[in-house]
Design a binder for this molecule. Structure first.
Ligand SMILES: *Cc1c(COP(=O)(O)O)cnc(C)c1O
Length: 423
């Protein structure tokens, strides 16, 4: 039996119907920007394997460090014990996170990083006997696939079977340009009851709902209002962290810094799973007690796994190199040029970029959701050209590894223009 048949016999893939879809491609190795298939194709990974890869696949520096660590300390329980990779990573992160951040809490993926943030915020008020339980989120939000994170995300076809089990959240409209005043008013109306525990948002750009961009100035204002009402601000930087938006964190564009930040995806350079939730001294203050019932009673088997922390420390070293920072600027500039060049194409509803992320939304006469038929045209069109783009309905985006060369990026741009020419 071949590998694909064995796969079909045994595996249930994420976000994939079990019938009526093409076979998965068998990837045998990956290096740099390329995924290699068993039949010899080289596919450009223009979406960094679901937004996680920063420095290209199989980076020798990360691989060597992880290999070394595996022979030294592969894992240890993180309650009552600690280790150098986790301590070094906490120091590394705190040196680049907004200055108000003072502690690092580890978990093992993006959803858990957000779950931890929410629980941290809820218990913050619980520990003080304050009746603040409501949450405000932004329409179109995506914060993960667990129940807590689905609760604070957009309700739609993805969450429909689970809605009866989700907790209630209040949403403000997505603050698209021209809507700012309205959204601020909605926010003020929701928050004035003073029983709001937390405001959670994807800063500056919503990923899963279609790389939708909004102004830092508006978010700054919302955070200022939240402050006035004693509301904890949670920035979900799971996608935006580590240079994606052109700065190290999207929060770097803000004057008012969030109280809690959630990190994952790029943190290990895309090598392993790790989640981080950072918080300010004000948050952790109400947990400072020898009473076990005031402690934050949350953890995972693989909390702060030393291999994942080591991969993150290696990725951090690479990220902070001037070459990498220059590359982020270079990709951002090329994206901007491409947007300028194609902005008036009639086939496009919108083309936009923020740092290394660029998105194109196509005009469609029918459904423009994730379930748009256009996906079935877009995905194979690019894959046949050996470029991996995973459309969100009638929208495609790129979020490439920073090591992508001008030439490789040009190849992606050319394929996109070729598609535009067919419309
Ligand atoms: C991907 C993502 C998550 C969830 O992370 P997982 O590791 O997939 O659980 C949460 N928030 C944002 C903004 C994301 O992009």
């Amino acid at each position: 039996m071949n590998w694909i048949d064995k796969d079909k016999n045994t595996i249930w893939h994420p976000f994939t119907p079990l019938e009526g879809v093409d076979d998965p491609l068998l990837i045998t190795k990956a290096d740099g920007v390329y995924l290699h298939t068993d039949d010899g194709r080289k596919i450009i990974d223009a979406i960094s394997s679901w937004w996680v890869n920063l420095h290209g696949h199989g980076h020798p520096y990360i691989a060597d460090r992880v290999c070394q660590q595996a022979k030294t300390l592969e894992h240890v329980v993180f309650a009552g014990f600690t280790h150098q990779p986790a301590i070094t990573l906490a120091e590394n992160l705190l040196s680049i996170l907004p200055e108000n951040q003072s502690k690092i809490f580890y978990s093992d993926n993006g959803s858990t990083a957000v779950e931890v943030a929410l629980k941290m915020a809820f218990q913050f008020w619980f520990n003080q006997n304050k009746d603040k339980k409501r949450v405000i989120a932004i329409d179109g939000a995506y914060h993960g696939d667990t129940f807590g994170t689905m609760s604070v995300g957009e309700r739609g076809d993805f969450t429909k079977p689970f809605v009866p089990f989700l907790f209630n959240v209040d949403y403000i409209d997505f603050p698209q340009s021209g809507m700012e005043e309205l959204v601020i008013q909605q926010f003020k109306d929701l928050i004035k009851t003073n029983d709001v525990a937390a405001f959670i948002f994807e800063p500056l750009i919503q990923g899963a709902s279609g790389m939708r961009i909004y102004e830092a100035k508006l978010l700054d204002e919302l955070i200022a209002i939240a402050r006035k009402h004693d509301v904890i601000c949670i920035a979900d930087e799971v996608m935006t962290g580590f240079g994606r938006t052109g700065e190290l964190f999207a929060s770097d564009y803000l004057n008012n810094k969030p109280d809690i930040l959630c990190l994952s995806k790029g943190i290990t350079g895309g090598t392993m799973a790790l989640g981080v939730t950072s918080c300010t001294e004000e948050i952790i203050k109400v947990y400072r007690s020898s009473n076990l019932k005031k402690a934050f009673l949350h953890g995972h088997s693989f909390t702060a796994n030393p291999l994942a922390c080591t991969a993150s420390n290696a990725s951090y070293d690479l990220l902070m190199k001037p070459e990498c920072q220059a590359s982020i600027k270079r990709i951002s500039r090329l994206n901007q040029d491409f947007v300028q060049k194609n902005v008036s194409r009639p086939a496009l509803r919108e083309i936009r970029s923020l740092g290394t992320i660029m998105a194109l939304e196509f005009e469609t006469t029918n459904d423009s959701s994730y379930f748009s038929e256009m996906r079935n045209v877009l995905y194979p069109f690019f894959l046949e050209k050996n470029i991996l783009l995973r459309p969100l309905g009638n929208l495609i985006y790129i979020i490439p590894p920073y090591i992508i060369t001008d030439e490789q990026l040009l190849k992606v741009y050319e394929a996109i223009e070729e598609f535009l020419d067919t419309l």
